[in-house]
Design a protein around this ligand. Sequence first.
Ligand SMILES: [Zn+2]
Ligand SMILES: [Zn+2]
Length: 261
Amino acid sequence: MIYDTHMHCDYSCDSEMKLEDALAAATEQGIGLTVTEHWDYDYPTNPDAFTFDIDEYFARFMPLKSDKALIGIEIGMQTHTAEADKKIAQSHAFDYVLASIHCIGRRDLYEPTCYEGRTRQQIVEEFLHESITCLEQERDFDAFAHIDYICRYWPYTGAERELRLSDAPELFDRLFTLLIEKNKPIEINTRRLDDAAAVAGLLPLYKRYHELGGRFCTLGSDAHYKEHVGRRLQEAMELAKECGLTPVYFKARKMYIMEGL
Ligand SMILES: [Zn+2]
Ligand SMILES: [Zn+2]
């Protein structure tokens, strides 16, 4: 079965999707899902914006949980939150812990001010350095989310919009090698796969991950609305195939290959 392993329901402050609606959308498409509510400690613009009552999340999810409906969390890593992030990952019986970078230097990548007074090169290096530092820390997670998250929000357009290996080849290699050494799949986030330039930009990154020894990827729509559950998974699977990556999902923190693709 194909799994959409990244989506947000109403415990994430930026989503109002009901769990039941997400499940109905997945069932209709014949896919499984993993809900990954946001957890970002010490969010720069609002420290409590992306935290929630995890006990309540479990209490509401458990009656709906099945092999096709898995419970996860997306933890936004910052270099000063490693210990707290690890505790949260281990605090409940999650099926899946997805690790993300939403902030660099205590600045929110979503905010235009994040990029002010810095060159594109400085930003790319800062993003990669922070990602590498986070991954070198003692943490507990299963996969690394949306490497192109920054491309959604930074002010660059045209050829400057996409991350390029040539921007910082050694840093990209270090990042990918860390993931591979820790046996962590890289996520193919489908949010931007409707954009041919984004696909063309992502291809060399995922290919490099594979070249360095990476074998597995997860597929995630990052849906915040029921209409987006399962969105562009087909495109993601094609991209995975082109890069030699095998799509997987996690149940009870164990990796499973998606069957019947
Ligand atoms: Zn995210
Ligand atoms: Zn997300």
